[in-house]
Design a protein around this ligand. Structure first.
Ligand SMILES: NC(=O)c1ccc[n+]([C@@H]2O[C@H](COP(=O)([O-])OP(=O)(O)OC[C@H]3O[C@@H](n4cnc5c(N)ncnc54)[C@H](OP(=O)(O)O)[C@@H]3O)[C@@H](O)[C@H]2O)c1
Length: 267
């Protein structure tokens, strides 16, 4: 174990979102004090009021480089980072403006890297800590309309695996979590996209359990998805052309178009 969650202090980004809230609650239930950050202060304050103690709201815009730089100082001594905030960035490559591309890169990739770099140093000095990155199965398998999102989520995986190697022997662990389609809350649920028959989903609470498991067992990677999707992502790593063709046969283009439409307000 890289850190004992009871009595630790955790920073969770994207805490106003579907999965972020579940992660805040799970860490809190394990005895951590949680610093919850996102832009929507009112949503954070509701969560703080609901949990009541050992939780603080620190609003920040992760698309703003100055906010990202200031966040570690405002959060105080942090033992666990969960870099969870992201934009869905779904849609064909040519449907994004230059600013939209930059914002997705900033929130999904630049901010997590800077926060991890800034927070890892003091953790190494103390000989204990954990950095968690919330990627996506789209960080292992690309599909139509996922080019920008997958760029950020594959990039996150590469950074996290390299960082983990850099930190071997320091007492600081690194875990990347790969959710599939998440029901009940969050960016997929809110898009109202209907999945093809037989494609399974998981809940925000299961993602949060994956985060806890990753920290407590210092696992490099945790998938939170049904076996069929996990196997698909392994196959995509070996034979991406074949998996792309199979996805097209199963209607991936229609699914991508529906998803991009349902997430157009989150660019
Ligand atoms: N839901 C799924 O099916 C699914 C599947 C795979 C992976 N994931 C990953 O899981 C993570 C959480 O997703 P979710 O489903 O919970 O999405 P969500 O409900 O849309 O939440 C996204 C979070 O990111 C925050 N955020 C967005 N832009 C921000 C900015 N500029 N500055 C600061 N915070 C910002 C939002 O807060 P504010 O709007 O208040 O700023 C919100 O808290 C993401 O990394 C996502 O890629 C989700």
């Amino acid at each position: 174990m890289s850190v004992n969650l009871a009595g630790s202090r955790a920073l969770v980004t994207g805490a106003s979102g579907g999965i972020g809230e579940a992660i805040v609650r799970a860490l809190h239930a394990r005895g951590a004090t949680v610093v919850a950050t996102a832009r929507r202060q009112k949503v954070l304050e509701r969560l703080v009021a609901d949990l009541g103690y050992r939780v603080e709201a620190v609003p920040a815009d992760l698309a703003d480089a100055a906010d990202v730089q200031a966040l570690p100082g405002r959060a105080g001594q942090i033992d666990v980072l969960v870099a969870n905030a992201a934009l869905p960035a779904s849609g064909r490559y040519d449907s994004f403006s230059g600013d939209e591309v930059d914002r997705a890169l900033d929130v999904n990739l630049r901010a997590p890297l800077h926060l991890a770099r800034e927070l890892a140093g003091p953790m190494v000095q103390r000989g204990s800590g954990h950095l968690v990155f919330i990627s996506s199965l789209s960080g292992k398998t690309a599909s139509p309309g996922s080019s920008l999102y997958s760029a950020t989520k594959f990039g996150m995986r590469g950074y996290a695996l390299g960082l983990r190697e850099d930190l071997v022997g320091t007492g600081v662990g690194v875990t990347t979590v790969f959710p599939g389609f998440i029901r009940d809350a969050g960016m997929f649920h809110e898009s109202n996209t209907e999945l093809p028959k037989g494609v399974g989903t998981r809940t925000p609470e299961q993602v949060a359990e994956g985060v806890i498991r990753g920290i407590e067992r210092n696992k490099p990677e945790v998938d939170v998805a049904p076996l069929s999707l996990r196997l698909g992502s392994i196959a995509a790593g070996i034979a991406p052309g074949m998996v792309g063709a199979a996805q097209r046969k199963l209607g991936s283009r229609d699914l991508a178009a529906e998803l991009a439409k349902g997430q157009a307000d989150k660019r």
